[in-house]
Design a protein around this ligand. Structure first.
Ligand code: ADP
Ligand code: MG
Length: 703
């Protein structure tokens, strides 16, 4: 029998939870902290000192030597700079480990090397990290030792957001304030805030580390830039929910324990559609904590993979020809007195508050479909959105039969007299217990699907931070709530006004509802007829951030200033150009130093064989034909390589970042594809022994 793990004991053991604060802090201080956590406001420096000391004592008892302000710059990953608790020794050389309230609350990393999109010139390098008291501090343990990590927001000297957390927190406040106005209209006087909740399902690939290390493309670009398809892909659908192999199971077990220690509620695990692809989903929590935890999930996935001799690939499309990875961002809004605004109840047609919330969300998504699409874009996701497995780049909303029917009744007659019910599941087997059915089936092809009491935003990329998508969601919904509340608060007859407003919103925005197959070509045409935007790439989406509509929205709720938006747009172009440049250089390197030399060697031995066979008086036509084919493809590869070298050099010399990004997309990417084709074809005909890197089959089936 293996050792029994006490999960209840392990859970949160590396987190400075509210429970630990309660144990360790004087009552009055604990109360003050809790109040600021729940309602916002300032923590006095004296209080911060006490909290810092308690936090440090707990951390040191658990082996910590350093602390760090842990933040989320625009790189999309997290950043940390460690400081030890060591202080100046006294005359006798004794040293006391210390940590002050000031150090807890504020940090000042010289952060001039993070992307800021021109928000800070290097001479204005000052940036501040500020403690996010609502997200618990935790201990990170690795070869560096034990580090106390304090989640923080990261801003410039002038208070401009330089990170992903600051706007997210701003958006959470905005949606809370506006949603409160809505629930007040329906008589809810107890709620003091409305919390955005998020549960992100994280997809990932695992490959053998030895093989990973032989693929420069995986190392530098996170995805394969070459590779012929394996004889078997995902066509048998035998991997999805399949039995988990021993090596993967051991990894998942270890991963869960590490996450539980960090207070992450790892809940669901399974194999995904593509070979070597898997998923982990935690239980949903407050948006900013969910964002922090998702960063920890991604980081821990990679770390634990190393321990198991594997590498975890979080890229959206590590392998061509099989599914890529996404992150389903489940999102809902709930009051602090326990009402989920997205819960329709059994009879949604009678639930006026729900119908208003739904109408507002449909309006928000329709009005800002471009922004929502933008929020889910990153370099890797360009390979997914619109490709066969992922939702298309077109935003639409799936409501399901029941709600679609209610909406239809409301639009047509202004009344919704009934709601379709789920009924009993008929299995046709008398020994199977009758179970209740949901009122609505699922739809796996919709980018934004209503799933019972939440929306599932399925477009998000697997490696991306979920801060952006949730900031946008909160912002656009805050705006719709605000506009509705503005109308309804001044209405003479609330019942009539709310009824009319729901009907108006639903009628005006029903084009965003689509319950059909989002992967079908007909939908692309239909969406165009409806006037829905179909933004094909990350950089085409970038400019949606700075339209008048977007600036008005984000400035109205203090989420982004125009300057912040402009800087973010610029960062996107920069990031895109740099990423594609890395991919192009990696291809050039691999083609020039690995593939082409290997094929030359192979063709030499083939040529020698042809000569030898002929000399021996036998028929060498097969060998000669193969040699001809190989030589022709080799020539094509060499020509494509030369072209890629040329356009990449041209691209990197460009000065205007936007122009440059588009050149990478339109010209460099095309040249990359032209180089890939002959190399992949060569892979299919060249002797396996001489092929310089592990193949798709070896990478995805031999894990
Ligand atoms: P699926 O069947 O869609 O794959 P999973 O169980 O894998 O679903 O994941 C669903 C996610 O949605 C989980 O993270 C879950 O905690 C989350 N979730 C459930 N209810 C809510 C809610 N009200 N708000 C936000 N997220 C939620
Ligand atoms: Mg799932």
């Amino acid at each position: 029998m293996s050792e029994v793990l006490n999960v209840e004991e392990v859970f949160g053991s590396k987190v400075f939870t509210l429970g630990k604060m309660k144990e360790r802090l004087p009552k009055a201080i604990y109360k003050e902290v809790k109040k600021v956590m729940e309602q916002g406001g300032e923590l006095s420096l004296a209080t911060a000192d006490v909290v810092a000391k308690a936090m440090k004592d707990w951390a040191v008892e658990n082996g910590a030597t350093h602390y760090t302000h842990w933040f989320q710059p625009l790189t999309g990953i997290t950043a940390e700079k460690h400081d030890s608790f060591v202080t100046h020794p006294d005359d006798e050389g004794h040293m006391l480990m210390e940590f002050s309230g000031k150090e807890l609350i504020k940090g000042e990393p010289d952060a001039s090397s993070f992307p800021s999109g021109g928000l800070r010139a290097t001479f204005e390098a000052r940036g501040y990290t500020v403690w996010d008291i609502t997200s618990p501090a935790f201990l990170k343990e690795d070869a560096t030792g034990v580090i106390l990590c304090i989640p923080t927001a990261f801003c410039s000297y002038k208070g401009e957001a330089l990170d992903k957390k600051t706007p997210l927190l701003r958006s959470m406040e905005a949606v809370s304030q506006q949603a409160l106005r809505i629930v007040r209209l329906f008589g809810n006087k107890e709620a003091t805030k409305v919390v955005a909740s998020v549960g992100p399902e994280q997809e990932y690939f695992l490959v053998d580390r030895e093989k990973y290390l032989q693929r420069p493309d995986l190392i530098f670009a996170g995805r394969t830039l070459f590779g012929a398809p394996a004889p078997k892909g995902q066509e048998l659908e035998d991997h999805y929910f399949g039995t988990i192999r021993e090596r993967i199971g051991a990894y998942m077990k270890d991963l869960n324990v590490e996450l539980w220690k960090l207070g992450v509620t790892a809940k669901t695990q399974h194999n995904e559609v593509a070979p070597a692809q898997h998923e982990l989903a935690p239980i949903y929590e407050t948006a900013n904590i969910a964002v922090d935890h998702n960063q920890l999930v991604m980081e821990t996935m990679k770390k634990v993979a190393g321990r198991h001799g594997m590498a975890c690939l979080l890229h959206e499309k590590p392998f061509a020809g099989v599914n890529g990875s996404g992150k389903h961002n489940n999102w809902s809004l709930g009051t602090d007195n326990g009402v989920n605004l997205l819960d329709p109840g059994d009879t949604p047609n009678e639930n006026i508050q729900f119908l208003l919330v739904l109408a507002c969300i449909l309006k928000a998504v329709d009005t800002h479909a471009d922004l929502l699409r933008q929020s889910a874009s990153d370099v890797g996701n360009d390979h997914r959105l619109g490709a066969n497995e992922a939702p298309p780049a077109i935003i639409s909303v799936f409501l399901g039969e029941q709600l679609e029917d209610v909406v239809k009744q409301l639009v047509e007659t202004g009344e919704a007299a009934h709601a379709i019910q789920g009924g009993k599941l008929q299995t046709g087997v008398s020994t199977l217990i009758d179970v209740d059915k949901d009122a609505t089936d699922r739809n796996r092809t919709s980018p934004f699907a209503f799933t019972g009491n939440k929306f599932e935003f399925r477009m998000v990329g697997s490696s991306d931070s979920i801060a952006g998508p949730n900031t946008t969601l909160n912002a656009i919904v805050a705006e719709a709530f605000c506009e509705a509340a503005d109308e309804l608060e001044k209405a003479d007859n609330f019942d009539i006004a709310v009824h009319d407003l729901i009907k108006k919103y639903l009628t005006e925005h029903q084009r965003i509802i689509f319950n059909g197959n989002g992967y079908a070509d007909e939908w692309v045409e239909e969406a165009e007829r409806r006037g829905l935007p179909n933004i094909k790439s990350m950089i085409e989406a970038a400019s949606t951030l700075t339209t008048d509509k977007a600036v008005k929205l984000f400035e109205k709720f203090g989420i982004f200033t125009k300057v912040e938006l402009e800087s973010r747009e610029e960062v996107l172009y920069e990031t895109y150009a740099k990423s594609i440049n890395i991919e192009a250089l990696t291809m050039i390197d691999m083609a020039g130093k690995q593939y082409i030399p290997a094929v030359i060697k192979f063709s030499k031995s083939l040529a020698e064989t042809v000569l030898a066979v002929k000399e021996a008086g036998a028929d060498a036509s097969v060998q000669a034909q193969l040699l001809g084919t190989v030589s022709a493809k080799l020539a094509a590869a060499q020509a494509a390589l030369t072209k890629l070298e040329k356009v990449t050099a041209q691209a990197s010399a460009m000065e205007d970042v936007k122009e440059q990004a588009f050149f990478y997309k339109d010209t460099v990417k095309e040249a990359m594809a032209e180089l890939r084709t002959p190399i992949d074809e060569l892979e299919m005909i060249v002797d396996k022994e001489v092929w310089p890197v592990p193949t798709y089959g070896e990478l995805t089936f031999e894990v």
